[in-house]
Write a protein that binds this ligand. Structure first.
Ligand code: PA5
Length: 447
């Protein structure tokens, strides 16, 4: 069976193979530190052995809950922000038909998202969309107190109860939250919602293989067993007993740290399939929140090619040489479209006749890689044999494990996010939240 594959040789014109190999001991130590639980943030290591700890009963329970929502809803709203929605959206978008919301003969409810912003127009338009629709809600918040999802949940819960009646609504709401703390837990207990627990030791951005990701993914009709199976394989491969040369998480962590040391401060995650846009958003959160602290950390960025070759392509080719790229490459597409011959050939495209569209895309990918390497951009590649649940499971765990190792090599705590609190404090002060009186006074004096 094929598996995802990391290639780093196109970084070697910029950093040496020996320099990457020089991280062997450090990376092995970081990996061991994760598994011994002796490093920074060691109370948030629940993701480390999560894939192998998921049992059949848990998956069956998730599938059964998903079935209820699938059978009773045209639309399911996933409410959550950051780690509480990005993993689910990444997987669902990657596996869904690109025009999913326009499909008429649906086998699955449309999954939409709320609580990931505070856009009044967004929420208004969502409420209009849900009018007269049979909809359900999966409300996800580990803390149970995050403002954005809490605000969206109050609005949509009220609407659901008005449309369906309180008793019916209660059966169409699922809460995924802390086992005992937080407003969402209190509310769920009081209202009698079906709930799933986000374990204390799993941080938001490492939670996609918990019910946070698995439930919405199952509701969307995708095979969570295959997703977990892929992650299980990668958990084994990225373990402490695998040699450095065989461990993709170790090699990726070493390479990006060496690139960072050599002045490459920005990593651009590249895809050539628009369905992967949210995989990049998930990855940016994972690496951005994990490594961007203590005045350190690679800035994680992303582009969708070839679309962005017509915008950011210029900067990448010739802008400041502080970047490197990591390309997610899909070996085999799920569908086939062959470019037709045209007798008149007015568009001059007969040189493409008989070729698959993906062949053109692959040549764009290869041509771009060579051009960017020539232009001074080191290039790493992560190849997926196909875009399916299994390989996405491998990819997710690979990136998570590499992130933990990479953060330790960098010397930061990859499992906290103290910087996220700064905006919240100001927002609460500006909104006169009870308990923020002194901050309110101070901030209002500044504006
Ligand atoms: O990764 C993280 O910890 C964050 O992005 C959280 O997931 C995000 O802030 C949402 O938090 P909560 O699930 O507590 O509402």
């Amino acid at each position: 069976m094929q598996h995802i594959k990391l290639t780093i040789d196109k970084a070697f014109g910029f950093i040496s193979e020996q320099a990457v190999a020089g991280y062997k001991a450090q990376v092995a130590e970081a990996n061991a530190t994760l598994h011994n639980g002796t490093g920074k943030g060691n109370d948030f290591l629940g993701w480390l052995n999560l894939p192998t700890s998921i049992d059949d009963a848990h998956l069956t329970d998730i599938e059964n809950t998903a079935k209820i929502l699938r059978e009773n809803c045209e639309v399911v709203v996933v409410i959550g922000i950051g780690g509480s929605y990005l993993g689910a959206k990444a997987v669902i978008d990657a596996l869904s038909n690109s025009f999913d919301w326009l499909q008429t003969e649906r086998k699955s409810p449309v999954v939409v998202y709320a609580g990931q912003n505070i856009g009044e127009d967004y929420l208004y338009e969502l409420q209009q969309l849900l009018k007269n629709k049979k909809f359900g809600i999966i409300s996800i918040s580990k803390s149970g107190t995050t403002t954005e999802p809490a605000l969206a949940f109050r609005l949509l819960k009220t609407q659901l109860e008005e449309q369906q009646g309180k008793e019916a609504a209660q059966k169409l709401i699922v809460a995924v939250t802390d086992k005992s703390r937080g407003a969402l837990r209190t509310l769920a207990t009081q209202e009698g919602y079906k709930t799933y627990v986000i374990e204390d030791n799993i941080g938001g951005r490492y939670s996609v293989l918990s019910p946070v990701g698995l439930l919405p993914i199952a509701v969307a009709g995708f095979d969570v067993r295959q997703l977990v199976a892929g992650a299980v394989y990668m958990e084994g491969l990225c373990g402490t007993t695998t040699a450095f040369e065989e461990n993709p998480a170790a090699i990726y962590a070493a390479t990006r740290n060496e690139l960072y040391k050599s002045g490459k401060k920005i990593e651009i995650l590249v895809n050539f399939h628009p369905k992967l846009h949210y995989v990049s958003e998930w990855w940016k959160q994972l690496y951005g929140e994990s490594e961007g602290k203590d005045n350190l950390g690679i800035y994680p960025s992303s582009v969708d090619f070839t679309t962005d070759l017509h915008s950011m392509g210029q900067w990448i080719q010739q802008g400041e040489r502080t970047i490197f790229e990591t390309v997610i490459s899909i070996q085999e597409t799920n569908h086939t479209t062959v470019f037709p011959h045209d007798a008149a050939n007015m568009d001059g495209l007969n040189f493409l006749a008989g070729k698959r569209v993906d062949e053109v895309n692959k040549m764009a990918e290869l041509g771009t890689m060579l051009a960017h390497v020539d232009g001074g951009v080191p290039n790493l590649k992560v190849e997926l044999p196909k875009l399916n649940e299994y390989y996405l499971g491998e990819l997710i765990y690979f990136f998570e494990k590499a992130c933990g190792i990479s953060g330790y090599v960098l010397g930061v705590n990859p499992f906290d996010q103290p910087g996220v609190e700064a905006y919240k404090k100001n927002m609460f002060a500006l909104l006169d939240k009870p308990g923020y009186e002194a901050e309110s006074k101070a901030i209002k004096a500044r504006i």
